[in-house]
Design a protein around this ligand. Sequence first.
Ligand SMILES: [Zn+2]
Length: 312
Amino acid sequence: MNTQAFGVKIPDGLMRSVKAGRIAHAFLLSGPHGTGKRTCANYLTQTILCASPQAPCGQCPACKKVLAGLHPDVHVVGEEEKSISVDTIRALRDQLALRPFEADRHIALIPRADRMTAQAQNALLKTLEEPAGGNVFFLLTDQPGAMLPTIVSRCRRLRFSPVSVEACAEILAEKGVEPGRARLAAACAQGAVGRALEIAGDEDYLPLREKALSSLKALSGGKAGVARAISFLGEGKSAAARAPEWLEILEVVARDLMARENGGTPYGDTGDLKLDGRALLLGVMETRKLAASNVSFLAALEKMYLALTGSR
Ligand SMILES: [Zn+2]
C-alpha cells in the first residue's frame, strides 16, 4: 500500500497500472466526508499527467497546476451546484470533445457526483459507454446509493472509510496538533482524518462543544430547563447553520456517556453530566432524520430535549 497525505492508502496495483499508462477511464471514489477521496483523486490526476518518470513528482508544471487547481485540462464539474443538471454534463461533454491544451488527455472530476439529476447521470452514462481519447473521469460521492447502478458498474470502485479514532489522533499529532486536542478532534470526526483536521483547525469548534455540554446540563432542570438548554445554541439562522456540528458533538458526548457507563475510556470530559447515553444517541439519529425532512432544526432539537428530560 502507498500511504499518502491524510492517511489515504492507494492500492499498489492501482498505482503500478496508472504509472504504466493502463488507466481505467472512470473511477468511483466513495466514502464519508473527510476520508480522503479528493486527495486521492488529485494524487491520481497528478500521476496521470506528470511529466517525470517518478510520477507524481510534485515539482513539474503539470503537478503544480493540478495541485493549485489551475490545470487547463482538468475539469472540475458542479462543485458549487446543489443539483447538477443535464446541461452541465452536456457542456462537459463538449469540452472533452476538444483537443486538450497541455496534456495528452482530459481529466473530469465530479466531486459531488450524487448531485447529478437522473437525466444528467444518463447523459454521463453515454460518455462513459463511448470513452474517447483516453479521457479519465473521477466521480466522488458520500452517497453511492444515489448513483445509477449502470454508472457504478462502469467505474473502477475505490472505497474510503474512517480509520480508528486512535490512528486518526496519531496522524493529527504527527501534523503538529496538540495530543489532547488531536484526540478530541479525532473522536468528533469519528476517525475521518480530513474532517478531524478541519475540526482541530477551527477555533470555534471546541467552544461550541462547551456550549453543547452546558446545554445538556441545563436539561437536569426538567421540562423547564429545555428553553434554557436550547438558548445555548444561539438564535435564528446562525443556530440552524450550526445544526450539523451541534449534532456531531452531541453524538460524541452520547458515545462518551455510554463508554463511562460501561467502564470504557471516554474521548472528552463529560463532567458530571447525568444523561442516558443511549437515549441521547438515539435522539441525535432521530433529530438528524427530522431535520433532513423539512422539520426546522430547532423544533426537532426541542422534541429531543423534551424526551431526554424524562430519560435520566
Ligand atoms: Zn510531476
